[in-house]
Design a protein around this ligand. Structure first.
Ligand SMILES: NC(=O)c1ccc[n+]([C@@H]2O[C@H](COP(=O)([O-])OP(=O)(O)OC[C@H]3O[C@@H](n4cnc5c(N)ncnc54)[C@H](OP(=O)(O)O)[C@@H]3O)[C@@H](O)[C@H]2O)c1
Length: 263
């Protein structure tokens, strides 16, 4: 299926590894040019070089902290300087630290608010006027299965990602007439650094062996395995294509059947 992404310009957040990197690779294979973002300069530069070499598209790394307002402005300015347009925005960044209610002080709540919710607000605010002028745009916000079923020991993620879903649903209606769609994807349990950190934290908190924690997670997933980052990237590539013009305001899980809720 031709997704029609050749020569489109996409910003992909948190793209030096994990889910963001898989999304970036997938969009580049479809012929999109990329602005990829993460804080660690060396790892990000390596990712940009590798993706460009594999796909032949232009990949510009912007090493910046997405939780800071000035960082967001820089991403958009650099994208416009280099490519003169922004067609696709994949909002993705690192997850907030795990823990229970008693574990987090005001500073932790504020950091999670800035990193998880405000980074999305600010990137959308900067990109939407450009997409409006173009009469076409695609925004996909990476959230978590926890927006459908809050997870134990992930209270910061549970709270602020629901805000991202509410933002997406509301914004989707406001920008629909401008040819812009806004959707959320909800990853379940993907074998990435982030999930391995969660396994370590749960093992330390419960006194279990980390392999037992991993096995218990797998047993909760009906398909019987962790998901692969490419499986999320395939959905993101479809959602940012012309084919998905009628899908907006949606919140779609890629979780191997993990969540039990009806919606
Ligand atoms: N893996 C899963 O199963 C799963 C499930 C549900 C939800 N999620 C969520 O999906 C997102 C991506 O997950 P992942 O597994 O790919 O995580 P990951 O492997 O830890 O990768 C996170 C990426 O984001 C970058 N990043 C982190 N903080 C950043 C910041 N403040 N500004 C810019 N870039 C930043 C990291 O690079 P630097 O550290 O160099 O900045 C890295 O490239 C996370 O929010 C995670 O909580 C993941």
């Amino acid at each position: 299926m031709d997704l029609g992404l050749r020569e489109k310009v996409a910003i992909v957040g948190g793209a030096s590894r994990g889910l963001g990197r898989a999304c970036a690779e997938r969009l580049a294979r479809e012929g999109a040019h990329l602005v990829i973002v993460a804080r660690g300069e060396d790892e990000l530069a390596c990712a940009a070089t590798a993706i460009a070499a594999e796909t032949g598209t232009e990949v510009m790394p912007v090493a910046i902290d997405q939780s800071r307002p000035e960082g967001i402005q820089t991403i958009v300015e650099r994208a416009m300087e280099r490519f003169g347009r922004i067609d696709i925005l994949v909002n993705n960044t690192g997850g907030p630290p795990p823990g229970r209610f008693d574990d987090h002080d005001d500073a932790a709540w504020q950091a999670a608010f800035e990193g998880t919710l405000m980074s999305v607000v600010r990137l959308c605010r900067a990109a939407v006027p450009i997409m409006r002028t173009q009469g076409w745009g695609r925004i996909v916000n990476d959230t978590s299965f926890t927006v459908k079923e809050p997870a134990d020991r992930l209270i910061l993620s549970n709270v602020f990602r629901v805000g991202v879903v509410a933002l997406s649903k509301t914004l989707a209606r406001e920008v629909a007439a401008d040819g812009i769609t806004v959707n959320c994807v909800c990853p379940g349990a993907f074998d990435t650094d982030r999930l391995r950190a969660i396994f370590r934290e749960q093992a330390a908190a419960s006194g279990q062996d980390i392999e037992d924690v991993r096995r218990e997670w797998k047993e909760r997933i009906p398909i019987g395995r962790l998901q692969r980052p490419e499986e999320l990237a395939d959905l993101v590539a479809f959602l940012v294509s012309d084919r998905a013009a009628a899908i907006t305001g949606a919140c779609l899980p890629v979780d191997g059947g993990l969540t039990r809720g009806l919606f």
